[in-house]
Design a binder for this molecule. Structure first.
Ligand code: CTP
Length: 129
């Protein structure tokens, strides 16, 4: 079984994050995770993460289901990362459904359903109330 690669911010780590990483690991022999830099998250979501990049990398790299982590610097560099880590499967959450189909010739592209009713944004909102 080959390498699975996936990406995300994984800020205020929650069970939706854990479940997708566990399912991703089951698809291959190794799981490599690109964790968005603080800067990339700002570009993507218009706010800085609550946890810093190095804290998020430390959390994700400590999980039993994760074999390797790296900082994802650019959303448009998926092809470069797939080649660098020799990934056979690109795994994305259903929130990205269809967006990476152009990479189908390079590796298998799989979208998994998100865990319903939880997201970092919702957790932050709930704590704020
Ligand atoms: N994810 C999931 N189920 C959830 C939330 C996230 O499967 N309920 C997955 C996403 O599809 C992605 C990964 O976890 O593959 C990292 O998502 P991320 O954007 O970091 O987390 P969100 O909780 O979606 O963050 P936000 O609310 O800031 O968008």
């Amino acid at each position: 079984m080959g390498v699975v690669i996936t990406f995300g911010t994984f800020d205020v780590f929650h069970v939706g994050h854990l479940r997708i990483l566990k399912r991703a690991r089951r698809l291959g022999g190794r799981l490599v995770v690109g964790v968005s830099t603080d800067e990339l998250n700002f570009e993507k979501k218009g706010r800085l993460p609550v946890y810093t990049q190095s804290e998020r990398l430390e959390i994700v790299s400590s999980l039993k289901c994760v074999d390797e982590v790296f900082s994802e610097e650019s959303l448009d560099a998926k092809l470069m990362y797939i080649k660098k880590y020799k990934a056979e499967i690109l795994l994305m959450g259903s929130d990205w459904g269809g967006k990476f189909d152009h990479l189908c010739g390079v590796c298998k592209v799989v979208y998994l359903e998100r865990t319903p009713a939880i997201s970092t944004t919702e957790v932050i909102e709930k704590i704020r109330l």
